[in-house]
Structures are given as C-alpha cells and as structure tokens.
Design a protein around this ligand. Structure first.
Ligand code: F6R
Length: 225
C-alpha cells in the first residue's frame, strides 16, 4: 500500500482539504484534466469549489466518472444535471471541455486530452469506485454496466422510489481510473469505514473493486465519521 489513509475530524474539513488540492491543481496546471464524482459525498467539495470566485477554470477539462442510462439528461438525478447544478453553472468552465461517459470512445477522448491528471473518487458500500461493481475486471475501460442491487438500493434515496433508479450506467473502467496520475478518495460514515478497511488493508481482489487502488502510486484516502 503506497497511499495515505487519513481520518479527518469532520465532513467540512474533509471537503475543504480535497477542494484545496483541486484548487492547487487548477492553479498550477497549464491544461488540467480532472476526473469527477457525483453522489452525496462530494457535495461539500463542490460547494467549496463553486464559492471560490478566483479560480480560473478556462484551461480545465473534466471527465465525469459515470452517468446513468435510462433517464434523460434533464432528469434532476442525471449526473449531468447534478454537475451543472452543483458546479458547472457557477464557474467559467469551457463547456466543450466537459465530458460525461456515453460510449466506449470515452477513453480515447481522455487520452486525446492527455490523460487524467487528478481524479476524485467516492466509494460504494460494496467497494465500487465509479460504477465498477464487484467482479469488474481490473483491466476494464469505459463501458456500459448493470448496477448492483446494493447500489440501486443505496441510490434510491435520491429518487421518489427504488423503481425509478436506473438499472444501468456508463462508467469509466478500473484501468481508466488507475491511469490517473493522482487520486483522492473521500468517504463518510461507519459503513464506508468498513469497506475502506476491506479495500485498503485486505486482499487485492476484483470482489472489492477499490482494492486495486492499493497499487496506485499517488493515492490519498480521506475519511470522516
Ligand atoms: C458516483 C460514483 C460512485 C459514488 C459512490 C458513493 O459518480 O462514482 O462510485 O462515489 O456510489 O456515493 P455516495 O457519495 O453518494 O455515498
């Protein structure tokens, strides 16, 4: 395990730390390529980022980790909608450099932009990163996947009922993610701590997709209660 695993005092502190690293990255880079997550955990980070009006996003390209299939992009819970609501509508980013996975060509698009420099991840209670569910190949690239029952149930909190949760999604693969030069993973809560222990202190196995991150050379995991 080459990375750093750090417990921080609060959700607020975790959000501020990860946002600070994204800001430093944006400030230092000529053309920066960011991999971005959605879900509940990064909401505090996005708040920090959109409230910093000094940031110059004009040279930044973004690639979201995943996107649901089966709901319109205008649906409030589509990840495109989430990203515009929480970040893109508030900053000066070039919309031509904003990307959501919608086909296997996504990896060549990332390569065209020079590869992912800095990627922020959440983690699912079943060990998924992006939507690479248990059993995903460590060699996987962007593809269409069926969502795990656990993921559908966990994400039903964002929908009116569990029946409305999409059953499929496009996701970056584990190889796509591992090729990112730097990775931050953020997590909150007791059940996430349990899966972090399994993923980062246990065996590297496709049954726990996040466990492949143990092999990443520049990884930081931030966790809070
Ligand atoms: C979403 C994504 C997922 C989430 C994970 C945790 O883009 O990549 O892997 O990070 O499901 O979600 P939350 O933060 O809602 O617990």
């Amino acid at each position: 395990m080459k990375g750093i695993i750090r417990k921080v005092g609060s959700y607020d502190e975790m959000s501020k730390i990860v946002a600070l690293h994204v800001k430093r990255f944006i400030g230092n880079s000529q053309i920066g390529v960011l991999g971005l997550p959605t879900g509940g955990t990064p909401l505090g980070m996005y708040k920090e980022l959109r409230e910093d009006t000094r940031l110059n996003w004009s040279k930044v390209a973004t690639f979201n980790l995943d996107e649901y299939v089966g709901i319109d992009e205008k649906h409030p819970e589509s990840y495109k909608n989430y990203m515009y609501r929480n970040l893109f509508s508030h900053i000066d980013i070039d919309e031509n450099k904003v990307h959501f996975p919608d086909g296997e060509h996504y990896d060549s698009r990332i390569t065209y932009f020079g590869g992912l420099d800095f990627t922020v991840l959440g983690i699912g209670n079943n060990g998924h990163i992006a939507f690479n569910e248990p059993g995903s190949s460590f060699e996987s690239t962007t593809r269409l996947v069926d969502l795990d029952e656990r993921t559908i149930s966990d994400n039903s909190r964002f929908f009116n009922s569990i029946d409305e949760v999409p059953k499929q999604a496009w996701t970056m693969g584990l190889k796509t993610i591992m090729d990112s030069k730097e990775i931050f993973l953020i997590a909150q809560g007791k059940s996430k701590w349990e899966i972090i222990r399994e993923a980062f202190y246990g065996e590297i196995t496709e049954k726990v997709p996040a466990s492949i991150l143990q092999k990443h050379k520049n990884l930081t995991v931030l966790y809070c209660d």
